[in-house]
Design a binder for this molecule. Structure first.
Ligand code: SAH
Length: 269
């Protein structure tokens, strides 16, 4: 059983947005909390599950928009716990994946606060589910690599492109919208075939975002032309070639044999 005492902190995964993808444990924790600090990526349906008596505080963060800095968030969490609150720090997806969990864990531990993690479904898993694909393929895609392509203030992306350009791997690129043209160019330069399948999924699990299957050399163009400001994940590798869908919010479609891999624009905009 989950122990949640006054003065405890839980870093809770809210999942990709659909409240049905919240774990039962996460739901229990947000009902037991006295305060919830939540990110901008937490789905509205999840926030609606927080009971009215629980204090809710938005603490950011979407890239490019005003939000609290990490140190201020750490301080808020620590102060709430020290004042005797039951604190939930609610984060989109899984709290241990590209979510600055370490800073918050350390800040709590430095003050002797008991802090625990409740995992959540990460965006890559939700996107694979939306596309109806497996992220791994027996004998073909034997690695799954999670990367972030977010760079601070437009700095050059410092990634090991050589090791990422691996035909045995599926790459899940978080925060990769702005860097999509660079990701495409660098992976091709490092040896990935230009026709490597790529999928772009916005608002995974919510059924209201663009889902596109394209190819690596068209990734930058596609991201610029078709993605909006919703959170989007880019998946790259053979496994995405198995996707049966390219439609906007429509039923999965099995495309006829010989259909070109490039199926950029959603049909029902
Ligand atoms: N902890 C989160 C990731 C946070 S980083 C997780 O495990 O999913 C933020 C990035 O995650 C976004 O820029 C986007 O790339 C991705 N993301 C989060 N939610 C998403 C969603 N519903 N659909 C598509 N991508 C999403």
């Amino acid at each position: 059983m989950t122990q949640f005492d006054f003065g405890d902190v839980w870093l809770v995964g809210a999942g990709p947005g659909d409240p049905d993808l919240l774990t039962r444990k996460a739901e229990r924790l947000i009902r037991e909390a006295t305060v919830v600090f939540y990110d901008a990526l937490v789905g509205e349906g999840v926030l609606a599950l927080i009971p009215p008596h629980v204090r809710m505080e938005a603490v950011g963060k979407r890239s490019g928009r005003h939000s609290k800095d990490q140190a201020s968030i750490d301080r808020l969490i620590v102060e709430a716990a020290l004042s005797g609150d039951k604190v939930v720090r609610l984060k989109g997806g899984d709290p241990a994946i590209f979510a600055r969990a370490n800073e918050e864990l350390q800040a709590c531990r430095a003050e002797g606060i008991r802090v625990s993690i409740c995992p959540g479904i990460t965006a890559a898993s939700a996107a694979a589910a939306d596309l109806g694909v497996s992220l791994t393929l027996r004998g073909l895609a034997r690695k799954l690599v999670f990367i972030t392509a977010h760079s601070k203030n437009g700095a050059t992306l410092d990634l090991d492109w050589k090791s990422l350009a691996d035909q045995d791997a599926t790459l899940a690129v978080y925060m990769g919208k702005a860097a999509a043209p660079t990701v495409s160019r660098k992976l091709i330069e490092a040896g990935l075939p230009v026709d490597t399948p790529v999928a772009l999924v916005e608002n995974a699990s919510l059924g209201n975002g663009t889902r596109i299957v394209t190819r690596l050399d068209l990734l930058g163009l596609t991201a610029n032309a078709a993605l909006t400001d919703k959170p989007a994940i880019i998946l790259i590798g053979h496994a995405l070639g198995e996707s049966a869908t390219s439609s906007f919010c429509g039923p999965p479609q099995r495309l006829a044999e010989g259909t070109p891999a490039f199926r950029c624009f959603p049909e029902h905009r």
